[in-house]
Structure formats: C-alpha cells, structure tokens
Design a protein around this ligand. Structure first.
Ligand code: ADP
Ligand code: MG
Length: 427
C-alpha cells in the first residue's frame, strides 16, 4: 500500500559551523570525502539529528541511484518520532517527493532510492537486516542499540556502486566510558578513519539562551556532564544525588490534586511496594507508601492478598496504576479483581532521568511519612560491576520504592501512552 503523508515544511534556521561540517563532509571538496563513516556525539538537543538527516539524504540522492539504504532508531517508535517526522518536513521544505510504505517491510522511496526502516530494540533486530545490500546507513542514537545490530548494519553496507563508496552516518548522546560504542568506534576513530564531530548546545543556533539555560538547570552530576557537556563519564555513587531531604519532603497534603497515579514494584522474594502520587499543576507529591517485605516479616503474601492491600491503599481514589511489567502474576490477579493496571514503561535510564529532572526542577516531593522511600534515596546507587561492562543500571537492592516511583513518574507523568517510547520529562 502506498501512502503519502502531507507534512508541514521544516523551518530551517541558520546552521552552525559544526552542522555545516556535518552537511559537507562527503562533498568533493571535503578532506574527509574518502572516509566511510561519520559519528556525531555530544549534548542532547545540539542539532545532531537534524543536520545528519539532511546530510544523509542529500548525500544519498546526490551520489547514488537505485540503491538501498538503512534508516534505524532505537525502536520503530523512536525512529518515527525523532527521525522520520523531521525528515519528511525537511523533504517537504526542499520540495523533494517521497513515498512512505508502512506495511510489509516499512520503507520510504525517494527518487530511485529505497530507505528501509528498522527499530534496533533487541538482539533479534539484526535478523531483519540479513540479506539486505545497502549503499549506506543512518543510525540515530546508536549508543542505545545492541552492538550486534550496528555491526550487522555496517556489514550490510557493501553495495558495489562504481566510484562511490557506501557511507555510514551515526549519532548518539554519551554514555559511560566503558560503553562498547565509545571503546570500539570513538576511541578508534583515527585507525578506522572515522570522522568524529562533538556537539554542544551552542552548536544548535535555533535554541534561545533561555532554552539552553533551562536545559543546563535541569541536569546535575553525571547527567549534566553527559547530556549538557556531552562527555562520556562514569555514573558513580548515588543516583539521585540531587535529592535533598529538606527540600524534597512535605508534611501538609496539598489541596487541588488534579489526578492520582500509583506505581507498583512487585517482588516474591523481595519487597512489594505501592506509591500513591498526586499531581498539582506541574508538581508531583508522593502522598503515601505501602511497603511489605515477606522475607523480613517471615511471611510471604499471596498476590490475592496484595490485591486486597492495594484496594485498601487506594480507598476511594481514582488512580492510574502502573505496574512493573514483569509482575505477570500480580497483574493477572488484579485484573481478576476488577483492577486494570497499565504496564509501566521500564526503560531504566529514561525513567531515572525523568525522576531526576523533576527533582532537579523542584517539582517532586515526598511525604515525610514515606520512610522507606526517603531511605532508599540514600541507598539507590549505580552498579559498579555493570559499569565496567559499559552498562548503566542501579544496584538491585533497596530499590523497591524508587522503582515504583520511576514507573509511576516515567509512565504517568510522561503523559504519553505507556507502551510508546518516550523522552524523559522535560527534554
Ligand atoms: N538548523 C536548524 N534549523 C532549525 N531547527 C533546528 C536546526 N538545528 C536544530 N534544530 C532544532 O533543534 C532541536 C534539536 O535538534 P536535534 O537535531 O533533534 O538535536 P539532537 O539530535 O542533538 O538531540 C530540534 O527541535 C531541531 O528541529
Ligand atoms: Mg537526536
């Protein structure tokens, strides 16, 4: 089925010098024209994606005919939102026709070229690439891909195209220093002849000083270093180091709560926790907590007991309930009891970022009676062992209330459908 989407046109603002470099690196006069790969990394919102889409499309149309290309995002949803939407607007602005085929193997036809669309959400995603011969690839936010997908995509770029070599365009925000993409690509750029461009907020001239300031204020610690300064630094120690008991707790329950939601973390051998959160304008109040540790109380509760406890916990409150997606037995029991929970978005890093942003902006408060939740703020730490493997995740210990908080905040406040990929709050 052919579908052509009508789109608004992209409103270009002047490109920064860094963006111009990205737009021109493959052109005949460029000293890098023989390089096969470009990596743009650095701050969020620094104009990497926009300029890279423009560069990739312009290059592929100028240098290739009747070829296949790979366009991939961290998931199909992320690709559509972050890449295809602006790409269609850019094409519209340039008066270039395109045809978007959503069914079957999703692809876009521009001129004589075909651009196949991929979501690199798991190890199996690379299978979808097999058999394709491509003259180029564009991978957006590549540090969030499984390595197998990236290797496979690069391996697919072997089309014989006369004079013109295949080229790979990659961009990402920084992660930890042991991340495979940092070690194998960025650190080996020289020997592998990869052009690497580093972006900061100032490389995006479409952002006002006010917006840049807001971004800078929203982050602290490792998040500031990574997402604002664009550095590949280790996430060490306490995760919510911006949490300050005095500033982030409250006693009086606020009036005018607009809506309620509940986050649930479920454990059979570990504690089970519920947190009730109230929204007041754009502020969030953790009103009460439920914490049961079967191991400590030396009596396990069944899911039907938890379901009863939840009903009692909620009382008459109408709340959206976000549950740990792996808690299948509890979800089944709740549904049997007429409670229909939503599956929480369990994207750990984005979820942590959402909570961190709210804390940073003084928009998230914990009732002083939520003792377990408050306690966990000082024990929720990054996992050192995982770090060495290049993975960022919390130590799986004393993380129960804060997991429930992350589910509720990231899925509930994020405001989008719980199953879609969403950016952390405020981005
Ligand atoms: N030259 C430009 N003209 C207009 N808008 C731009 C330009 N460069 C960047 N932007 C806008 O700035 C925002 C961030 O750019 P994006 O490329 O998504 O950043 P990144 O990929 O680094 O996070 C987007 O809304 C984008 O449309
Ligand atoms: Mg981007």
């Amino acid at each position: 089925m052919r579908k052509r989407k009508r789109n608004t046109s992209f409103r270009f603002q002047p490109f920064s010098n860094k963006q111009k470099k990205l737009l021109m690196w493959w052109t005949d006069k460029s000293p890098y024209k023989n390089y096969d790969m470009i990596i743009c990394h650095g701050a969020i919102r620094s104009g990497k994606t926009i300029a890279m889409i423009d560069s990739f499309i312009t290059w592929s149309l100028a240098k290739h005919k009747d070829q296949n290309f790979i366009l991939a995002g961290k998931s199909m949803g992320a690709l559509k939102r972050n890449v295809l939407e602006p790409m269609f607007q850019i094409l519209t602005a340039k008066g270039i026709d395109y045809h978007y085929h959503r069914s079957g193997d999703p692809h876009i036809i521009i001129g004589t070229n075909t651009y196949y669309l991929f979501g690199a959400s798991n190890e199996a995603s690379q299978d979808t690439l097999q058999g394709l011969t491509a003259a180029g690839a564009y991978l957006d936010e590549v540090a969030l891909f499984p390595r197998s997908f990236v290797d496979q995509a690069i391996g697919r770029c072997s089309a014989e195209t006369g004079e013109q070599s295949a080229k790979v365009f990659l961009n990402c925000n920084p992660n930890g220093p042991y991340h495979w993409f940092k070690k194998e690509f960025i650190d080996k750029a020289k020997e592998k002849k990869i052009l690497v461009l580093h972006f900061t907020l100032d490389d995006n001239m479409s952002l006002s000083e006010r917006v840049k300031d807001r971004f800078r204020r929203m982050f602290s610690g490792v998040f500031f270093q990574r997402y604002i300064l664009g550095l590949w630094v280790l996430a060490e120690g306490i995760i919510y180091d911006m949490f300050n008991e005095e500033a982030h707790t409250f006693r009086e329950i606020p009036h005018r709560i607009g809506r309620y939601f509940i986050g649930i973390d479920f454990g059979t051998n570990n504690p089970t926790t519920f947190l009730l959160i109230g929204e007041v304008g754009n502020e969030y109040y953790v009103l009460k907590e439920y914490f049961y540790n079967g191991r400590e109380q030396s009596k396990q509760k069944t899911v039907s007991t938890y379901s009863r406890d939840l009903k009692e916990f909620m009382g008459q409150t109408h709340a959206s309930i976000y549950v740990d997606p792996s808690a299948t037995p509890l979800i089944a029991q709740l549904e049997e009891d007429g409670i229909y929970p939503l599956q929480a978005n369990n994207d750990v890093l984005d979820g942590i970022q959402s909570v961190a942003n709210l804390l940073e902006e003084q928009r998230l408060f914990i009732h002083e009676d939520c003792k377990e939740t408050i306690r966990e703020f000082s024990s929720y730490i990054w996992d050192k062992k995982a770090q060495e493997r290049g993975e960022d995740k919390p130590v799986k210990d004393h993380d129960h209330c804060l997991d429930a908080l992350r589910y509720a905040i990231h899925s509930g406040v994020g405001g989008e459908l719980p199953f879609t990929n969403q950016r952390p709050i405020g981005w």
